[in-house]
Design a protein around this ligand. Structure first.
Ligand SMILES: Cc1ncc(COP(=O)(O)O)c(C=O)c1O
Length: 373
């Protein structure tokens, strides 16, 4: 049992203990993390992050420089997505973004029913629980996209919001966002592009036409995407774009800003300049190349998994590939004992791999060797 020390210890002693603990962490550069949606941030991002450890945009008047950079990040990402929007919030990640989106939907509509694809991330369960909203799960079609006609049947006078996913957590599938939007003239529509937000624009440019939608903001009320996933930023950073000013502005009288609109009060903000540095360092060209390599490696994984008898659940739409397997937990745990982090799907059961930029063909080969055995 740890106790709060009476007297301070020496730096040497403390760092020894910290270094021992750190050795137990996996790191992305090992190539052995194949089940995470995060990755090793760019070197410039890491450097800049360390310069802003004190920045707290919960109290923005003290951090004008960080605030200016935040505005530029919002504008630049807005220009990547395209379409019209009224406001952007920097959030801790898509969980916070999804909660704020449903919070808005509930307050704007005065209703409580939320239509969620069966593939929705579990953060929506947190949101519904916190907000006392009712989640209604909509079935998926054969390709694991939400069934739009089932949404249509379910929309009624109690519906507060419809949610669509652009890059599902388990399979990386994209719901028919444009078709759902058609149903939402009078209904709040939230798009969760946590993972897909920094993949889809580049897939399109790489010629993967069939999987892409134009994210013009027709009928989309809120749209969340995570720089700390395929945006290559340091954690934590999500961005939430919305139409019309947020009704969730809470006055913050004793601070330097007039109000706060996020769930977090004090907000670690170093990831914002880190992301600005990263996106400027890479440019669209750099991101396009990263997505290209990740997609090629995803295809390589599918080929190698095929060699040891695994079949993909869907033809991958982005750099997530999952494979049919009953009872995947046993294998996931076995692989963890061998030092590999892979993940699993629930619906349908299977092994799940996220082929992030730190995953190379060599790391796939090493993993396949152990998995095959
Ligand atoms: C589609 C989707 N939405 C939301 C989230 C939650 O993101 P975070 O854990 O960064 O809050 C995830 C995380 O994997 C996700 O895949």
């Amino acid at each position: 049992m740890a106790t709060f020390p009476e007297k301070g210890r020496t730096e040497k002693e403390i760092l020894k203990e910290i270094n021992e603990a750190k050795k137990l962490d996996l790191d992305f550069s090992s190539g052995k993390i194949l089940g995470s949606m995060c990755t090793e941030p760019s070197h410039i991002g890491k450097k800049v992050h360390q310069m802003f450890l004190e920045s707290n945009l919960g109290n923005p008047g003290l951090y004008q420089g960080t605030k200016n950079i935040e505005r530029k990040v919002h504008e630049a990402v807005g220009s990547l997505i395209g379409g019209e929007y009224d406001e952007v919030l920097s959030v801790g990640g898509a969980t916070e973004g999804n909660i704020i989106a449903l919070w808005r939907a509930r307050n704007v509509s005065g209703k409580r029913k939320v239509l969620l694809p069966e593939s929705a991330h579990f953060s929506f369960q947190k949101a519904c629980n916190l907000l006392d909203m009712e989640s209604v799960y909509i079935p998926l079609d054969d390709e694991y996209r939400v069934d739009v006609s089932a949404i249509k049947d379910e929309i009624d006078g109690d519906t507060a919001a419809v949610v669509g996913i652009a890059g599902t957590t388990e399979l990386g599938q994209i719901d028919p966002i444009d078709e759902i939007a058609e149903l939402c003239d009078d209904i709040f529509f939230h798009v969760d592009a946590a993972f897909g937000g920094f993949v889809i624009p580049f897939l399109k440019e790489l010629g993967y036409q069939e999987s892409c939608y134009n994210f013009e903001f027709k009928n989309i009320d809120t749209y969340v995407l995570d720089p700390h996933k395929m945006g290559m930023s340091t954690i934590p950073l999500g961005l939430m774009f919305s139409k019309e000013g947020s009704p969730l502005s809470i006055e913050s009288p004793y601070l330097t800003g007039k109000d706060q609109k996020t769930i977090r009060g004090t907000r670690a903000s170093a990831s914002i300049p880190a992301f600005w540095a990263t996106l400027n360092y890479l440019g669209k060209e750099g991101y396009r190349e990263i997505v290209k390599v990740c997609m090629n490696n995803t295809r390589y994984l599918i080929e190698k998994m095929g060699d040891i008898g695994f079949k993909p659940i869907i033809d991958p739409v982005m750099n997530i590939a999952s494979f049919h397997l009953e009872g995947p937990k046993r294998i996931v745990e076995g692989m963890a004992k061998e030092g590999f982090n892979i993940s699993r799907t629930v619906n349908p059961p299977g092994l799940r791999f996220v082929i992030m930029p730190h995953v190379s063909k060599t790391s796939i080969d090493e993993m396949i060797k152990v998995l095959g055995e």
